[in-house]
Design a protein around this ligand. Structure first.
Ligand SMILES: NC(=O)c1ccc[n+]([C@@H]2O[C@H](COP(=O)([O-])OP(=O)(O)OC[C@H]3O[C@@H](n4cnc5c(N)ncnc54)[C@H](OP(=O)(O)O)[C@@H]3O)[C@@H](O)[C@H]2O)c1
Length: 212
């Protein structure tokens, strides 16, 4: 697939790395085009001079920017992502007051509400970047949950999720992004509380399909 990734930080680089390894053509963008160029060099991806250039001709778009940048990113897209499958990988974290972010709608629903012409799905936010680069731990694939209302968009996202090494799991409609964002927050809070090394993702065990 041809994939445009908006954001060339921890998440952008991790998905570029695993995406290139899986044989996808990945193009990265950043606020500062020099950061996209450096990230592309590091990962084997291409760099774009702008977000619009990154999504031009893409089969799939991944949003990997801080939550508070979503507005400017989507305003800047104009109509360039209309009809495209857009994976929202963002989290909205408030460590001091988790209740503030657990009460409302998800980032993904916010994007979908503001841009009904975009085919929004949620994925990846529940794992750390290190796991997005390498989703297999001790020979076991971590779970790659995907939530979305557009079934074809979700299938395309699940295909990408599986191609880079996660076990693909259809998590249901976009409203479930609230749960996935809660899992992302939990993952962050657990690292802080237990001084873990920021490398975990999720795995359902028990009889869950192929069990791998
Ligand atoms: N880090 C993780 O393990 C992890 C895991 C799950 C979810 N997430 C979520 O994923 C998102 C990205 O996290 P991250 O750790 O990758 O952040 P990061 O390392 O700070 O990188 C953010 C990237 O976004 C770019 N950016 C900001 N505004 C932009 C704009 N208007 N247009 C294009 N690019 C823009 C920045 O560009 P510059 O480089 O030019 O500043 C930077 O490359 C966040 O929402 C985070 O909550 C992170």
């Amino acid at each position: 697939m041809k994939i445009g990734i908006i954001g060339s930080g921890n998440v952008g680089k991790a998905l570029a790395k695993s995406g290139v390894r899986a044989g996808h053509a990945i193009t990265l963008s950043a606020s500062d085009p020099a950061h996209a160029t450096a990230a592309a060099k590091e990962t084997g991806a291409h760099a774009a001079a702008s977000n619009v250039e990154a999504v031009n001709g893409a089969d799939l778009v991944v949003i990997a920017v801080p939550y508070d940048r979503l507005g400017e990113v989507f305003r800047g897209f104009g109509t360039s992502v209309d009809g495209k499958v857009v994976i929202d990988a963002t989290n909205h974290i408030n460590v001091q007051n988790p209740g503030e972010v657990l009460g409302g709608i998800s980032n993904s629903e916010e994007i979908q509400n503001r841009h009904p012409e975009v085919r929004v799905v949620k994925a990846f936010n529940y794992a750390f970047a290190s796991r997005m680069a390498d989703p297999t731990v001790d020979g076991v694939r971590l779970d790659g949950f995907v939530a979305g209302d557009d079934e074809d968009a979700k299938l395309k996202a699940l295909e990408f999720v599986e191609s880079i090494g996660f076990r693909p799991i259809d998590a249901g409609p976009l409203v479930i992004a609230r749960v996935l964002e809660g899992m992302g927050l939990l993952n962050v809070l657990l690292q802080i509380r237990n001084e873990w090394p920021w490398q975990s993702g999720f795995k359902l065990i028990g009889p869950t399909g192929d069990g791998t």
